[in-house]
Design a protein around this ligand. Structure first.
Ligand code: BTN
Length: 224
């Protein structure tokens, strides 16, 4: 694996997307990002003190198993936080939550070739020592706030990268999932509805107790 460390970049995912024919996996991390990207075209605030990294993995799995990349990355973050005494859970599909607030967002960008994922860029933004902006204070939290002390960024990155290369099972992902069997609010085509989250299937789709099945691209989930 090649590792690149940067002081500042628009987005570590963008950086890796520009590498057209990587010979090996590539890890890039930056002290800050000026144009951090989130899922569904949203932006992601990235002040100094957080972990902002992207890992380009070559041939991680078959196309039909692509949800395993989301499961693996979310579980890797949960295990990493646990190594620093922070209990975290996963909000489907792969937000990482502590005390009801988001501590980490993950943006996965895959390149499919035939029936395989030829490469996957796993972008992780983890709030560690960075300040939380006022406008997201109600919904976001940092490790520093949870522990009342700063963590060593290098140690967090090393633990996270180690965990990103550990295998993860579907059962392990589900053990860390929030709201299974509980009422949740879904936004479907701009409309809100309250349902019971019956299951998250192995392909990553969410199933409600009424038997409806949704992909994460179709809906947004919130606690009811
Ligand atoms: C989300 O919560 O919507 C996903 C946020 C993902 C942020 C990370 S930070 C490192 C990588 N580079 C980006 O531009 N985004 C991801």
């Amino acid at each position: 694996m090649r590792t690149i460390s940067l002081d500042s970049i628009d987005s570590t995912n963008n950086y890796l997307k520009k590498i057209k024919k990587p010979a090996d996996d590539v890890l890039v991390f930056a002290k800050k990002q000026t144009g951090g990207r989130g899922t569904k075209g949203r932006s992601f605030i990235c002040e100094e003190g957080g972990v902002y990294l992207s890992l380009l993995k070559l041939n991680p799995c078959s196309a039909k198993d692509s949800f395993s990349i989301m499961m693996n990355s979310a579980v890797a973050v949960v295990k990493t936080l646990s190594a620093f005494d922070i209990k975290a859970k996963i909000k489907w599909p792969n937000d990482v939550i502590v005390n009801g607030k988001k501590i980490c967002g993950i943006l996965i960008e895959n390149v499919f070739e035939g029936d395989t994922v030829a490469r996957s860029i796993v972008g992780i933004g983890l709030n560690v020592n960075n300040p939380i902006a006022d406008e997201i204070r109600d919904i976001a939290i940092s490790a520093k706030e949870v522990l009342n002390k700063e963590l060593q960024i290098g140690a967090v990155i090393a633990t996270l990268v180690f965990n990103l290369y550990q295998p993860t099972s579907y059962g392990e992902y589900k053990r860390h999932l929030l709201y299974l069997g509980e009422k949740v609010s879904l936004t479907v085509n701009g409309e809100q509805k309250t349902v019971i989250l019956e299951d998250v299937l192995q392909n990553g789709n969410l199933k409600t107790s009424e038997g409806e099945v949704f992909s994460s691209a179709e809906i947004t989930l919130r606690k009811a």
